[in-house]
Ligand binder design. Structure first.
Ligand code: FRU
Length: 454
């Protein structure tokens, strides 16, 4: 582990705090990735940072572009989305205001303002416009109503979904409609028993003829190996007024507040915050390197095998440089040159059992239909996560300085890891056991090229 936790191919803050991806879209020949950002750190008010890219390898970094500088968002330009329409980029987000006084900020004292901005070039933004305030939300809502995701549904029909907490602590998604993007009326409310007291960062989209409602519920009880993190992020299929079973997007320790968007070629891509709020452990980058969190790699969504199936976006193959191919012999310690890598493990036939160690203290295994990730000391107290997985013919691991993202049968385990710094740079793989012979295709991944635009 070299002498820093800074990542090489994940978007992260130069300094301070990063959380949710915002305003993801493709506009004027480029992808736009905004994100929640507080360069002065967690206690500062958040605004939006902004990256653009044509290829997910070379990026422009515009730094902070939306500041919490108006009366409507003075305690944070919170999360929101982008709509590309009539040749413009239109942004919708929540302005957070905390009123002075003795408040619990749930039932009183918090304003959640719907704010609109537009851009004709994707980098210069109009004045802020206030579209909605707490008075416009349903009466049974608490002060927590936020994170608008807006989309176009037909000629002159626009929809917006907001996450909400009711006054009696139920998570809800409010769907609004509009014909002019400025005046919104409530169209539908979705909720689900036992799915928490608050739904953050909702999303709504179609995939292979099915409609999906996504959200990040807070207050869900863990069920066996499911829903183990403090807060969840997942999806349900919309069946009329009903929502199907909630399914988690990620099975690792660090994934929250994702947003999806459509690429021009029709792919639906998801990017998540590679972190969670209110976690019971300290992230060592904050104390020693003055930055915290990053975004996940982008991944494509498909509906396959009756679930949302995720794969890393193909563009990441452009990060590959040197390749080493070898067959994994049981018990042999394979030391590969760099920890910033992709390790693609292929089994000869589909396997229902294996046990593999990687890096310093990570173990992945498949046994009795359950895939398990175990992390030792580098998990900083986070030890084990599992998920049901059928027989599989491959495991694909993206390893960066302080993270791993493991893809198996369309499931993903995203976890930050903090190995002791000792100036070593290698990536170790040991096949402990397997029901099938297997090969490793190992690629060193080169860092993102990031140009700072001031
Ligand atoms: C989710 C979230 C959102 C909010 C934003 C503030 O992580 O709490 O609900 O808009 O972060 O940074």
């Amino acid at each position: 582990m070299k002498n820093t936790y800074r990542q090489e191919y994940h978007l992260m803050p130069e300094t301070g705090f990063l959380n949710d991806p915002n305003g993801l879209c493709y506009y004027n020949g480029e992808y736009h990735i905004f994100h929640q950002y507080a360069p002065q750190g967690l206690s500062a008010q958040r605004g939006w940072g902004h990256y653009t890219t044509k290829d997910f390898v070379n990026y422009n970094n515009y730094g902070m572009v939306i500041y919490p500088d108006s009366v409507w968002d003075k305690n944070g330009s919170y999360s929101g989305s982008a709509l590309i329409d009539d040749g413009e980029m239109e942004l919708f987000y929540t302005g957070n205001v905390k009123q002075p006084g003795n408040h619990d900020y749930t039932l009183s004292g918090r304003e959640q303002n719907l704010i609109y901005m537009s851009s004709k070039d994707g980098v210069n933004f109009s004045e802020k416009e206030l579209l909605m305030t707490n008075d416009d939300y349903p009466e049974n809502c608490s002060c927590h109503v936020r994170d608008p995701k807006v989309w176009k549904e037909g000629e002159n029909l626009y929809k917006m979904i907001l996450g909400a907490r009711t006054r009696d602590d139920r998570g809800e998604a409010l769907v609004y409609k509009s014909s002019d993007k400025k005046h919104w009326t409530l169209d539908k409310v979705y909720t689900k028993p036992q799915l928490g007291y608050m739904w953050e960062c909702p999303d709504f989209f179609e995939l292979e003829g099915k409609t999906f409602l996504c959200c990040c519920p807070q207050g869900v009880e863990p069920k066996g190996i499911e829903c183990q993190n403090i807060y969840q992020s997942g999806y349900m299929i919309v069946e009329g007024d009903e929502l199907s079973e909630f399914v988690e997007f990620d099975r690792g320790f660090d994934f929250y507040a994702p947003q999806t968007f459509l690429a021009p070629d029709g792919r639906r891509i998801i990017i998540g915050w590679f972190g969670l709020p209110d976690v019971p452990y300290k992230n060592p980058t904050e104390e020693t390197e003055n930055w915290i969190h990053c975004l996940t790699i982008p991944r494509t969504l498909e509906f396959k095998d009756n679930k949302i199936w995720q794969e890393p976006i193909a563009e990441l193959e452009k990060l590959r440089t040197d390749e080493i191919s070898l067959s994994l012999e049981p018990g042999k310690i394979n030391i590969l040159p760099k920890v910033q890598c992709e390790a693609f493990i292929n089994f000869k036939d589909k396997t229902d059992s294996f046990d593999i160690s990687i890096r310093k203290d990570i173990n992945i295994s498949l046994k009795d239909g359950v895939f398990t990730l175990k992390i030792g000391d580098s998990g900083k107290g986070r030890t084990e996560r599992s998920c049901k997985v059928d027989k599989t013919d491959s495991v694909r691991i993206f390893s960066d300085t302080s993270s791993i993202e493991i893809f198996v049968n369309g499931e993903v385990f995203s976890s930050r890891i903090y190995e002791e710094k000792d100036n070593s740079e290698d990536f170790t793989v040991v096949l402990n056991s397997s029901s099938q012979g297997c090969d490793l295709a190992y690629y060193i991944l080169r860092p993102f090229e990031i140009t700072k635009i001031s």
